[in-house]
Ligand binder design. Structure first.
Ligand code: ATP
Ligand code: MG
Length: 351
């Protein structure tokens, strides 16, 4: 039995709420998000359009929120240990980097231009009291692991390509051998061939090193390439979550369907279906379904907030047209107003 199985899921996020204080009111960027990453080597993809709360979710898990943000509710557990209530110094010492490491959105652009990348990569180890010689030896191993030549540590950021810099960021996240890696849009600034190389590296780390991943992207195709399960988020909430094949082949939420329809195809005549409109203002989100204003299959009941319901084992969706256990896809479900009462998920249940 894996260590993850013995202590419960590797990561459990329960009903997490993140708010930003602004001069125009509180922005609830994450509103009651729950999920688990069950075991080593498992990857959960979090997908959603810009502003849906993906980075806020990740930053809250690893506790690097800006000063105007607060975790307003919920709990995060790592291998059975509640890490929400840990004092900051304990969190820094025992959890961040050692338990959960992160490649931050856009971080490769924040490498210090006047310091050799090797010195930047080993800084955290040196702060932990590791000798320069040991830190350098560790760096050599890490550079090799992420597919960079040995001498890379001697170079300055401007001497590296975007793909190489992103590999350095991944190496930096691996310095403390974390069981779980959060990757926030790790390939969005890279061209497609470099993107593919980074994706292959992540697959290797997942498969051969058993590193679990929370992979954040706005790209459904990328998430499906790497991830075992996919969570689709919209306006701070999970819309749909399940095994990647289930979400892709049997999407139960109109938002997921629209995301899939917007992927351009190389063959076929059908043009990509662009999603018109914009997500709601998170200071004053709609009281009913948050996607209703843009939803092609909206009906009367959508003025009420739809709960997240189990539509098949391990697959949940938040749509009044997806009654629990129904085989009908959104849009082909029962007539408006006649949707069967969905089975509500237990409030404390993490998917
Ligand atoms: P992207 O795909 O563009 O990276 P995202 O899904 O990561 O978007 P977040 O960056 O988490 O989205 O933002 C979620 C919401 O929180 C947005 O409405 C955003 O404007 C708001 N937000 C983020 N940071 C702050 C902040 N420091 N102060 C106030 N509001 C913020
Ligand atoms: Mg983001």
């Amino acid at each position: 039995m894996s260590a993850g199985a013995a202590a419960g899921p590797l990561l459990r996020v329960e009903d997490l709420v993140v708010e930003y204080a602004t001069s125009k009111g509180a922005v609830r960027a994450v509103d009651g998000v729950s999920f688990t990453i069950d075991a080593p080597g498992e990857a959960l993809g979090v997908i959603g359009e810009s502003g849906s709360g993906k980075s806020s979710l990740a930053n809250a898990i690893i506790r690097v929120l800006p000063r105007n943000a607060r975790i307003a509710g919920g709990r995060v557990s790592l291998a059975g240990r509640d890490i929400t209530a840990l004092p900051d110094d304990v969190f820094r010492r025992e959890v961040r980097w050692k338990g959960i490491a992160m490649v931050f959105q856009g971080a490769m652009h924040a490498l210090n231009p006047v310091i050799r990348v090797g010195d930047q990569a080993t800084e955290r180890l040196r702060q932990d009291g590791v000798s320069r010689r040991d830190a350098d030896a560790r760096l050599t191993g890490l550079l090799e692991r992420v597919g960079l030549p040995r001498g890379t540590g001697e170079r300055y950021p401007h001497e590296l390509s975007g793909g190489m810099k992103q590999r350095v960021m991944i190496a930096m996240a691996l310095t403390h051998d974390p069981p779980l890696l959060i990757l926030d849009e790790p390939t969005s600034a890279l061209d497609v061939s470099i993107q593919a190389q980074i994706m292959n590296l992540l697959k290797e780390l997942k498969r051969e090193r058993g590193i679990a991943m929370l992979f954040i992207t706005h790209d459904l195709a990328l998430a499906s390439d790497l991830c075992d399960r996919i969570a689709v988020v919209y306006a701070g909430q999970v819309r749909e979550l399940g095994a990647a094949e289930a979400v892709l082949a049997d999407a139960r939420d109109p938002y997921t369907e629209r995301l899939m329809a917007s992927i351009p195809r190389l063959r076929g005549d059908a043009p990509p279906g662009f999603l018109a409109g914009a997500p709601p203002d998170l200071r004053t989100p709609p009281t009913g379904c948050r996607f209703a204003a843009r939803c092609p299959v909206v009906f009367e009941r959508c003025v009420e907030p739809p709960p997240l319901v189990e539509v098949s084992p391990g697959h949940v969706a938040r749509c009044w047209r997806s009654p629990a256990g129904s085989a009908a896809a959104p849009g082909s479900a029962a007539a408006p107003g006649s949707a069967a009462a969905p089975r509500r998920t237990r409030a404390d249940r993490a998917w």
